[in-house]
Design a protein. Structure first.
Ligand SMILES: Cc1cc2nc3c(=O)[nH]c(=O)nc-3n(C[C@H](O)[C@H](O)[C@H](O)COP(=O)(O)OP(=O)(O)OC[C@H]3O[C@@H](n4cnc5c(N)ncnc54)[C@H](O)[C@@H]3O)c2cc1C
Length: 342
């Protein structure tokens, strides 16, 4: 991005938190380099293509109320939808505040991943780079990558699920007091996991008359997202099923979980739902922050030797989810630009 200078802030994680941090740094005139272990950007704000259709399988819509966040969503060059408009069932939503008064809900026909893809435009990115360790040095911190190479930074940022950030903090040995305190804070709660099943049905399958269903009678399925309703004219019915956090935790390593979800889908929707023409399972080990575990702001730690280490992500702003991830990244960028922790 033009107008940036100095040694880059190295950001680990190209999810919404890492990308919003990088953009805000670049807007403030500071170079940022974003690393991610995945093939693409977005992390849990995830969309994949199935039979030519984009399908969301992490968060299935975006929601929030911070005017700056809503303006960032409005800036995405994609087909904006006021979705979900038709909500069925009275089971508990993943994030109850998504339906509280004043909350704005959005989706994109191209998939929710259009948002992080837009945030990533013009940024320096390196994909398929997994960071496996942190080594504080004299004025810098060295990030060890899984290919054995190192990348040095005066300021590094971990923009990951809290458990993944903790794994990296655990590699700072011996742990300086600031790192030990950060780890103690992160240990106070763990994120919920979620099993998600994407199911593509043939043209004969009936189209549900709703966008999202939260079945009140299921211990297994928390949400059914009618993905093809985001893409009018789509010849195939595509649904994403998300399992309840407690059921997901119990069945994370059960190879039969996709079958169990489809059997439950048949009970909820009708026998046709048991037999999609293709089904694609995805296990989210760290899907969502427990609302009780949210922290007020991102961390900025001073390491021995003088380097700075920031920690951002959806745990590090009130409200959780994508809006919190976005806000935490920007808040951390503001603190780095202000020279805090130097
Ligand atoms: C099934 C599901 C449903 C959800 N529903 C909602 C909802 O209704 N509303 C809502 O607001 N939010 C929801 N969320 C949560 C929302 O998606 C997340 O809160 C948000 O996307 C988190 O963004 P992040 O940038 O903090 O983390 P992430 O998106 O997890 O980004 C972290 C990135 O770091 C990368 N990474 C991890 N470890 C390493 C490493 N060692 N080296 C390099 N890269 C690494 C990952 O590949 C990832 O791209 C849901 C999530 C899931 C999974």
């Amino acid at each position: 991005m033009a107008g940036t200078e100095g040694s880059p802030v190295v950001i680990v994680g190209a999810g919404v938190a890492g990308l919003s941090c990088a953009r805000a740094l670049a807007e403030g005139g500071r170079r940022a380099l974003v690393l991610d272990r995945a093939h693409g950007v977005g992390g849990r704000c995830a969309t994949r293509a199935l039979e030519g259709q984009p399908v969301d399988y992490g968060a299935v819509f975006l929601h929030g109320r911070d005017p700056a966040f809503l303006a960032a969503l409005d800036a995405v060059p994609a087909t904006r939808l006021d979705w979900p408009a038709d909500v069925h069932g009275s089971g508990p939503p993943c994030q109850p505040e998504a339906f509280s008064p004043g909350e704005v809900r959005r989706a994109f026909a191209e998939g929710v991943n259009a948002f992080p893809r837009h945030l990533a435009e013009g940024l320096e990115l390196r994909l398929q780079r997994k960071v496996v360790g942190l080594v504080p040095g004299d004025g810098t911190v060295a990030l060890r990558l899984d290919d054995g190479s190192f990348l040095e930074a005066e300021t590094a940022v971990l923009a990951l699920a809290a458990e993944q950030a903790d794994e990296l903090l655990a590699t700072v040995l011996p742990a300086p007091p600031a790192v030990a305190a950060a780890r103690a804070l992160l240990a106070t709660a763990s994120s919920h996991c979620a099993l998600a099943l994407l199911a593509v049905y043939g043209p004969a399958a009936p189209r549900p008359p709703w966008h999202v269903s939260y079945p009140e009678t299921s211990r297994i399925v928390q949400l059914v997202s009618h993905e093809s309703s985001k893409r009018p004219g789509s010849p195939l019915l595509v649904l994403t099923y998300q399992a309840h956090p407690a059921w997901s935790r119990q069945h994370l390593d059960d190879p039969d979980w996709p079958r169990r979800v489809l059997d439950e889908a048949a009970r909820l929707l009708g026998p046709w739902a048991a037999d999609p023409r293709t089904a694609h399972p995805h296990r989210w080990r760290w899907a969502r922050t427990d609302l009780a575990a949210e922290l007020a702001r991102p961390l900025l730690l001073a390491l021995p030797g003088g380097a700075r280490l920031g920690v951002a992500g959806d745990r590090f702003a009130p409200g959780g989810g994508i809006e919190a991830a976005w806000r935490s990244g920007r808040a951390l960028a503001g603190r780095v630009l202000a020279g805090e922790g130097a």
